[in-house]
Design a binder for this molecule. Structure first.
Ligand SMILES: Cc1ncc(COP(=O)(O)O)c(C=O)c1O
Length: 408
């Protein structure tokens, strides 16, 4: 019997799996370009007005435990944001701050999932959804984001999957359905019509909707973002958001959950999650004050987000253009977030699989990227398009050249 728990076997992050090899190269004095981690704060400094608010909170001695659900100022700011941006009337009582969305996901799974319960997760997925669900004894019902349809939801497929479960009398074991919009790793922004259809499906099957909207303001190439809060009126849903991407402060480790509906189910989840929040006492108090200011100061935020999104749009398009030159890959041009997920046309390439490709990119070109199979989709790779243009040009150009070198 292993000393380590069985449950922990699901805890594994394929995005960082080459870190050890990369560190070995670094020890030999070889610089590795890291295009594997979606950390905007590494490339775009966190806006000064947010940093100032953080320092001020420290100087004012706000270093004590905060309200477990988050300081009032933060929850009020979040409520204001949802009201203003999406006409969602959540009160501060219906907002719970968490140590990033990461903690929010753990709370949701621990609070809702009994052994064998199910959650609908669409492939390709954000890795943590799966590992976290499985860790708590849950099993996924896989839906599909269809690459042939610009990564839109494959509605017939998910309807079919849920029908099978309903027929088997087990639909009440499907606890929630999680969407990522805008999407990591595909870069898709879901259309309003798609969201309406998802809401119908959730409603028909009495499944709670969870919408991870962490990239909601990082939208470009003509796309328009709709929050689930705008279309899910009357249906139990939870919106996840936070400091990491839009406020460019990944290291603050702050997120929040919004419960816009007051139905019995939503409120019972909120109440249980408050218990979880109380169990871990507090969040990073000065960071909470800084994020509250980050949200409240709209003028500064507008300026910061506009600048960042315009740089991201250029970088994503620029890297996509380079990849499009190569016939051995195909790419759906992203419209949101900052990831590119090209498909490797394996029949034309001398690689065993996407892991083999990603390993060779590291070994031969000293560039770290992530394999698609880590997101539940074979024969793809994910590039984070946040590095400055010159660096990105160099890196993506070298990846493109490697594809040519291994072409049949
Ligand atoms: C879709 C998605 N959700 C959640 C997270 C993690 O968020 P946080 O930093 O708030 O824990 C990420 C990070 O990359 C993400 O891409």
């Amino acid at each position: 019997m292993s000393f380590i728990s069985k449950r922990s076997s699901f805890v594994y992050n394929p995005i960082l799996e080459e870190d050890y090899e990369a560190a070995k190269l670094a020890k030999r004095g070889i610089e590795v370009m890291k295009l594997n981690r979606g950390d905007p704060a590494y490339y775009f400094p966190t806006p000064k007005y947010i940093i100032d608010a953080y320092v001020e909170a420290l100087r004012e001695g706000k270093t004590y435990y905060s309200d477990s659900a988050g300081v009032r100022e933060l929850r009020e700011a979040v409520a204001g944001r949802y009201n203003r941006m999406y006409n969602v009337s959540a009160s501060p009582e219906n907002i719970i701050a968490t140590a990033g969305i990461s903690e929010g996901l753990a709370f949701i799974n621990s609070a809702l999932i009994e052994n064998g319960d199910r959650a609908v997760i669409f492939k390709p997925y954000y890795v943590q959804y799966i590992t976290n669900l499985m860790e708590y004894g849950g099993r996924p019902v896989f839906g599909i984001y269809d690459e042939k349809d610009e990564w839109n939801i494959h509605f017939d497929h998910i309807r079919g999957e849920l029908k099978k479960i309903r027929r088997a009398g087990k639909i009440n074991r499907v606890k929630y359905m999680i969407l990522t919009n805008p999407n990591n790793p595909t870069g898709t922004v879901l259309r309003r019509k798609a969201l309406e259809e998802i809401v119908d499906i959730a409603n028909e099957n009495d499944i709670v909707l969870v919408s991870d909207e962490i990239y909601d303001e990082i939208v470009y190439n003509g796309a328009h973002f709709t929050s689930i809060g705008q279309v899910a009126k009357g249906v139990s849903h939870i919106i996840l958001h936070g400091a990491s991407k839009v406020f460019d402060a990944t290291g603050f480790r702050l997120g929040y959950m919004v419960f816009p509906e007051q139905d019995k189910k939503s409120m019972s989840i909120r109440d249980k999650i408050l218990d979880y929040a109380q169990m871990r006492l507090s969040l990073n108090t000065p960071a909470e004050y800084a994020l509250a200011e980050g949200i409240r100061n709209r003028k500064e935020h507008e300026r910061a987000i506009k600048g960042m999104v315009s740089s991201i749009e250029k970088r994503v398009n620029f890297a996509t253009d380079i990849l499009e030159r190569n016939d051995a890959v195909s790419v759906v041009r992203p419209k949101g977030a900052f990831y590119i997920l090209p498909k490797l046309k394996m029949a034309r390439l001398h690689f065993k699989d996407d892991k083999d490709f990603v390993n060779k990119v590291l070994e031969e070109e000293h560039i770290q990227i992530a394999r698609g199979s880590g997101f539940g989709i074979q024969d793809h790779f994910r590039i984070v398009a946040l590095a400055p243009e010159r660096e990105l040009e160099e890196a993506v150009g070298r990846i493109e050249a490697l594809l040519t070198k291994y072409s049949r």
